[in-house]
Design a protein around this ligand. Sequence first.
Ligand code: SF4
Ligand code: SF4
Length: 128
Amino acid sequence: MSEPTATEPVNTGQIKQLLDQHKTKMKMALRVCAHCSLCAQSCFLFNTREQDPIYMPSHKFINSIGRLYKKKGNVDRQALEEISEIAWKRCVLCTRCYCPLGIDIPEMITLARTICRSQNVVNDFSAE
Ligand code: SF4
Ligand code: SF4
């Protein structure tokens, strides 16, 4: 099977379906996040990347699954590639991040991965 090109359309209907399946929980999490940054203290990637804000757990979920909900699934392949960069390269789903409000950050990143994967956008570590 040939690799999809950057301009190849994505199936936004399928993306919307996946977003809808998890809408209640995900939208609640996105809404209640207080942007307090407490979760960042427990993310080893944030701490080992000189506390670069792009590694903050909240930054990661807002710009991956949050972006997908904000756009209501109307994204192109380029956007999915940017999201996959976050979902694979900036989070290893170690589940160590602690949120006092009970937001399940790995679950949110996992859904972002699932949606990228559904459109055959998967981070290719072998290309590095
Ligand atoms: S600790 Fe929870 S409420 Fe605070 S920024 Fe992180 S996810 Fe949001
Ligand atoms: S699951 Fe992701 S965001 Fe949470 S601590 Fe691990 S690497 Fe950081």
